[in-house]
Design a protein around this ligand. Structure first.
Ligand code: GYE
Length: 325
C-alpha cells in the first residue's frame, strides 16, 4: 500500500515536472515520464474488457503515458503492435500473449533495442532465455485446483458414486487453458469417481461455448453430470443450451466456471450455476509499479500472482459484493 502511494506521488511529481518542462521554465531538467506500450489480446470477454479498463485507469493514476493497442484476437496483430512500440522507442513494453509460442523473434528485437518487456495475464514459452522481465497474472493452475476441490466436496455432499465431466476449454495453447486443465485434472486424478468424458475447445467465447454444449448434449445427453468451463462467457453460452433440454443446470448438471464476472455471479445467485472461481482482471496497479521500477533500473519480482477466491453454493451468495467487471 505504502509503495503504491509512493508511486502515485512519484507519478504526480513526474507530471508536474513535465508540465513545467512544456512551459519552457525547466527545459533541461524536464523528465518526459514513462511511456508504456501495451498490446491487449482483444475484447472477447467481460474479464478482458475489465482488464483493459483497469490498465487505462491505473496508467492515468500513476501518470504513465499509455500506448494501447487492441489485437482483436490475432497474434500477428500483437507482433505488429510490439514492433510499433519498438519503432516508437517506448520505455517499457507490456503485452498479454494470446498463445504461448511464437514470440522469440519479436522479443529479441525488443531486447536488442534495450526495451524491457513485461508479460501481463498470460505466460509464453521461448527458446531463448531472458527475453522478458516478469509475469503479472493469475495462478491458473491453482484456479483449476480450486474448481476440482469444489467438485470433490460437492460429490461428497451429494453422495455421488460416479461423476461424468465435460470440459469446455479456453483458447488452445494459451496459458489459462493449459493450466486450468492441468490443475483440475491433477486434482481429480486420485478420485476414482471422477471421469472426464471429453474436453472441447470453446476459445473463451460465448458462441463457441453454446456450440460446444450443443455437441456435448447430442453426444452424451443425460450422462453428463458436470460442466467444467474455463471462463464465464463459455458458461453463459452453454446454459441456455442445457435449458432447452429437460435438464436443469445447477441441479441436474453441476456447473463450474472461472472468472467470476458480474453476470456469472448473477446466475450463481439464481442457482443456475454452482461454483465460479475468481480470476481478477485488476492487474493495472502492479503493471504500472513494475514498469516504473524497470524504467528506474530496479529489480522486479519474476512472478506476481494476485490472491483469488471461490464463490459457490456452499456460501451465502446474496452477500457477494458487486464485482466491477
Ligand atoms: O479467463 C478469459 C479471457 O487470460 C485470464 O482470458 C484470461 C482469460 C479469462 O478472455 O475470460
Amino acid at each position: 500500500m505504502l509503495r503504491s502511494k509512493a508511486y502515485r506521488l512519484f507519478g504526480i511529481l513526474l507530471a508536474l515536472v513535465f508540465i513545467t518542462g512544456c512551459t519552457g521554465a525547466a527545459e533541461e531538467t524536464a523528465d518526459p515520464g514513462l511511456l508504456l506500450g501495451f498490446s491487449q489480446i482483444g475484447s472477447e470477454s467481460a474479464w478482458r474488457i475489465g482488464n483493459t479498463r483497469d490498465i487505462e485507469r491505473s496508467a492515468e493514476e500513476y501518470g504513465v503515458s499509455l500506448m494501447f493497442e487492441n489485437a482483436n484476437q490475432s497474434q500477428e496483430n500483437q507482433i505488429d503492435a510490439i514492433r510499433r512500440f519498438i519503432a516508437y522507442k517506448v520505455d517499457v513494453i507490456a503485452f498479454s500473449p494470446i498463445v504461448e509460442d511464437g514470440w522469440d523473434n519479436v522479443l529479441l528485437e525488443a531486447k536488442d533495442a534495450g526495451i524491457p518487456v513485461i508479460l501481463v495475464d498470460r505466460d509464453i514459452k521461448t527458446e531463448i532465455d531472458g527475453l522478458t522481465t516478469c509475469l503479472i497474472g493469475a495462478d491458473f493452475y491453482n484456479e483449476g485446483v480450486m474448481a476440482a476441490q469444489y467438485l470433490i466436496r460437492k460429490a461428497d455432499e451429494l453422495g455421488l458414486e460416479n461423476v461424468n465431466i465435460v470440459e469446455i476449454t479456453g483458447t488452445e495453447n494459451s496459458t489459462p487453458m493449459e493450466q486450468r486443465q492441468a490443475g483440475f485434472a491433477d486434482t481429480i486424478a486420485d478420485d476414482p469417481r471422477m471421469h472426464i468424458l471429453e474436453s472441447i475447445d470453446g476459445d473463451f467465447i460465448t458462441s463457441r461455448g453454446a456450440e460446444c454444449m450443443r455437441y456435448l448434449l447430442e453426444t452424451y445427453g443425460e450422462d453428463i453430470d458436470v460442466v467444467y468451463s474455463h471462463n464465464d462467457e463459455m458458461t453463459l453460452g452453454a446454459l441456455p443450451e442445457i435449458e432447452k433440454t429437460n435438464m436443469v443446470p445447477g441441479k441436474d448438471i453441476i456447473i463450474i466456471s472461472i472468472d467470476a464476472g458480474q453476470e456469472a455471479i448473477d446466475v450463481l445467485k439464481e442457482g443456475r450455476i454452482n461454483c465460479v472461481v475468481e480470476c481478477t482482471p485488476n492487474l493495472g496497479d502492479e503493471l504500472m509499479e513494475t514498469a516504473l521500477r524497470l524504467k528506474n533500473g530496479e529489480e522486479v519480482e519474476a512472478v506476481i500472482h494476485p490472491v483469488e477466491q471461490i464463490f459457490s453454493d456452499e456460501m451465502d451468495v446474496s452477500a457477494i459484493e458487486p464485482r466491477g467487471y
